[in-house]
Design a protein around this ligand. Structure first.
Ligand SMILES: [Zn+2]
Length: 324
């Protein structure tokens, strides 16, 4: 079962999370079906995005969607994962072109150095005019070297936008998408823990504690992350540390696949395209058929439906009179 494990390191300003998406991730791939060719490298990227999205949303208190979008200038134009506050998620990718076998981030998304990764926090109840918060990072490191792993890009984002020192290990195949996150908690908060101020030596010790844990986390191989269960991974990595573990979140409380697409949303997307464009499709194909990118569900709009989309709201109310 898909599950999220949260834990703290006793006495250290460090927290961690481990996510394993199994049947929920297989469902994402199953729904993509064979209608769209998705190379294994892109499937792995989608899985890593989904695992990272769940970890990042579980790491903040935010009532809205967290969306990670990778915009590419190579064969992969877009890869996206969206996670809701209840940890339900969906993911998709758009591939136009040949993905080289064994391709990493650069060959998929950053062939000309223009690839970007955007992290958006989209509040559920937006006030009028309120914009979602968005942070954007390039797909290269501090010395302009192209990054090959999504985890490196997201570590960069966390440090840049949230000043949070983070280690991420991500991996995915067709059975499982998994990730480990280790994060340094702000030491200011730790300084006064328990009512007693800590000495500067103690603070340095706490900082070294994070470095030690981060180093251990970085020894986790993708193979181990994909094949071992959560207790085994945590025991192997951190057997010398004292972990405080919380009950794993699974089932209705855990990460799972949900697509929140709807006919209304597809309708507003068509409205945004404009009447000429949509009428053009109706003339050509007799009706509009749209399949949801995330879940494959099909929506049909016949000529009458399309007409209804473009009628001003005031004309739709029965018996209403146009004012002025
Ligand atoms: Zn859908």
């Amino acid at each position: 079962m898909s599950e999220l494990h949260k834990f703290l390191f006793e006495g250290l300003p460090v927290r961690g999370m481990l996510v394993r998406l199994t049947e929920s991730w297989q469902e994402v791939l199953r729904r993509r079906g064979s209608s769209r060719v998705t190379p294994p490298e892109v499937r792995a990227l989608m899985g890593e995005l989904a695992a990272a999205g769940v970890l990042m949303h579980a790491n903040i208190k935010f009532d809205g969607a967290l969306v990670i979008q990778a915009f590419g200038d190579g064969p992969v134009k877009l890869a996206v994962a969206e996670v809701q506050p209840d940890l339900s998620f969906r993911a998709t990718a758009t591939v136009i072109g040949e993905v080289p076998a064994g391709a990493h981030l650069e060959a998929m998304l950053n062939v000309h150095g223009k690839g970007r990764c955007a992290i958006t926090l989209d509040p559920k109840d937006k006030k009028p005019g309120q914009q979602p918060y968005q942070g954007v990072v390039a797909l290269h490191g501090d010395h302009k070297e192209p990054l090959q792993q999504l985890s490196q890009v997201l570590e960069h984002y966390m440090l840049q936008s949230e000043q949070l020192d983070t280690r991420l290990v991500l991996a995915a195949n067709d059975q499982i998408a998994a990730g480990l996150l280790i994060q340094r908690l702000p030491v200011e908060g730790m300084a006064n823990l328990g009512g007693s101020r800590r000495s500067s030596e103690e603070l340095i010790g706490l900082s070294e504690g994070f470095n030690r844990v981060a180093h251990l986390a970085a020894t986790l191989t993708r193979e181990e992350l994909l094949t071992l269960d959560a207790p085994t991974i945590l025991r192997r990595l951190f057997w010398e540390e004292t972990l405080r573990q919380f009950a794993p979140q699974q089932g209705e409380q855990g990460p799972r696949f949900v697509c929140n697409c709807s006919r209304e949303r597809v309708g507003s997307m068509l409205r945004a395209l404009g009447r000429d464009e949509v009428d053009g499709i109706v003339v050509e194909q007799g009706r509009v058929e749209i399949a949801c990118d995330f879940c494959g569900r099909k929506y049909h709009f016949d000529p009458v439906d399309v007409g209804g989309l473009f009628v001003p709201p005031s004309d739709q109310m029965p018996g209403s009179q146009a004012i002025n």
